[in-house]
Design a protein around this ligand. Structure first.
Ligand code: HEM
Length: 429
């Protein structure tokens, strides 16, 4: 689906001429999102047959019907959304690992509910609320490592590491292995994107099998010597079957749950941290307001989540023939929920493209989804971000962007959104 050819004029061309999967489009999707909301809130793209859902109300309608608009899109995307199925090379690589079960993100109720209940125990509000000092220590240690230099690449040196350390500690993984986790995260995300080219898909398959063996080895160790971490809890816990009997989770289930916790919480939080700083530095009046009124931090985080929407798009698959927003949908059709568009819908958020840290209803954004798949880690992500931003602003004095803001690039991902790199200068301390 991806092409390198130049886009037609997005403001005027027929909707179907825009390649919304191209790297160029993904830099500036919002003018087109606006057109979709006005002209076709539900739009079937004839190039790929995917139905795009772009307004707040329509998205809520779809999210409220998980039995019709299912999250069981895993197998379909692993085979490539563009169709064609798995290549023999991919299949040969994947045969060396496990076929993960669909547990949370790619499952539907009732299985989904049972797994989510198990994993959810690790991320309750009560547990997360007590993580202030723990997060503060990581944040200060990370800043200590570069503050004397007077410059940093904020994403690599700070924003990638905070969520990674938190998730590694929570899972019981050594932080020293973080470079491997990053690669695995990228591989899982690319696979879920559904449009990677074949060499990338083969690389993903290799990385995914490597990750699976790592996860299974960690679980074996935790069975022998459990610690205070999620992997230890998962190997010891009993899953209740529908008939009331209980059993331990198997490797296919463990791999699926661990993979989701590792992947879902890293890039998303990292993008919000990075892009939140980018927004402040490109909106000096909002930066000044936040510095005058630190009590606005929580709302600034919500407004950043709304504006950016790190999980910009997510899939659904129709389980039956139906209709949405006037578009006929057939059983098996893929839908792309454009969370990033819904979060800028003027009907819900007046002047939706404007970044305003005092916005009254910023928290009503859909950046964490809604309905049965509402993000498992939303409290944790908020805790990390609400703790990090004030410390960053306090310690990195006179912070400046290096380079022209117009030239900052967003990651070329269909599902995720965030600034790719953020070079900063500040007064050394
Ligand atoms: C800014 C940070 C985050 C954002 C924007 C975000 C966004 C989302 C969204 C939009 C969904 C719903 C997807 C759907 O409807 O299909 C979701 C689900 C999920 N998130 Fe997050 N997330 C974040 C952080 C985290 C963290 C820190 C964790 C783990 C600790 C996490 C774990 C999950 C899991 C396991 C699911 C699947 C839940 C289910 O299917 O019921 N997320 N997230």
């Amino acid at each position: 689906m991806s092409t390198s050819k130049t886009q037609p004029d997005i403001a005027t061309c027929p909707l179907h001429e825009v390649d919304t999967f191209s790297a160029e489009f993904l830099q500036h999707p919002h003018p087109f999102y606006r057109r979709l909301r006005v002209e076709a809130p539900a739009f079937r793209d004839p190039k790929n047959n995917v139905v795009y859902i772009s307004t707040y109300d329509l998205l809520m309608e779809v999210l409220a019907k998980p039995r019709i608009f299912s999250n069981r899109f895993g197998a379909q995307l692993r085979a490539g959304a563009a169709g064609g199925g798995m290549s023999s090379e991919e299949l040969a690589i994947l045969a060396k690992g496990w076929v993960p079960k669909d547990t949370m993100l790619t499952a539907d109720p009732p299985e989904h509910t049972r797994y989510k209940k198990l994993a959810g125990k690790a991320f309750t509000y009560k547990k997360v609320i007590g993580m202030n000092d723990y997060c503060t220590d990581i944040i200060n240690d990370l800043i200590d490592a570069f503050i004397a230099d007077g410059h940093c690449e904020f994403k690599a040196q700070f924003a990638n590491l905070l969520p990674m350390y938190v998730i590694c500690d929570a899972l019981g993984f050594p932080r020293a292995d973080r470079a491997r986790f990053k690669e695995w995260s990228d591989a899982f995300t690319l696979q879920l994107g559904g449009v990677a080219d074949m060499p990338t898909r083969i690389w993903c398959a290799e990385k995914i099998v490597e990750a699976q063996h790592y996860f299974v080895a960690v679980c074996d160790d935790k069975r022998k010597a459990p610690g205070e971490d999620i992997c230890s809890d998962l190997v010891q816990t009993d899953l209740e079957e529908e008939d009331g009997s209980t059993r331990k989770l198997d490797n296919e289930e463990l791999i699926s749950i661990i993979q989701q916790i590792l992947v879902a919480g890293n890039e998303t939080t990292s993008h919000t941290l990075t892009t939140g700083i980018f927004y402040l530095l490109t909106h000096p009046e909002q930066m000044a307001r936040l510095q005058e009124e630190p009590g606005l931090t929580a709302n600034f985080v919500e407004e950043t989540l709304r504006m950016l929407t790190p999980t910009n798009n997510m899939w659904r698959v129709a389980t039956q023939d139906t209709e949405v927003g006037g578009v006929k949908v057939k059983k098996g059709d893929l839908l792309l929920l454009r969370f990033g568009s819904a979060n800028r819908d003027d009907a819900k958020f007046p002047d939706g493209d404007r970044f305003d840290i005092r916005r009254d209803n910023a928290k009503e954004h859909l950046a964490f989804g809604a309905g049965v798949h509402l993000c498992l880690g939303q409290q944790l992500a908020r805790k990390e971000m609400q703790t990090a931003f004030p410390i960053v602003l306090e310690r990195l004095k006179n912070m400046r962007l290096v380079g022209n803001p117009e030239e900052f690039r967003y990651v070329p991902s269909i599902l995720l959104r965030g600034v790719e790199r953020l070079e900063l200068e500040f007064d050394p301390a």
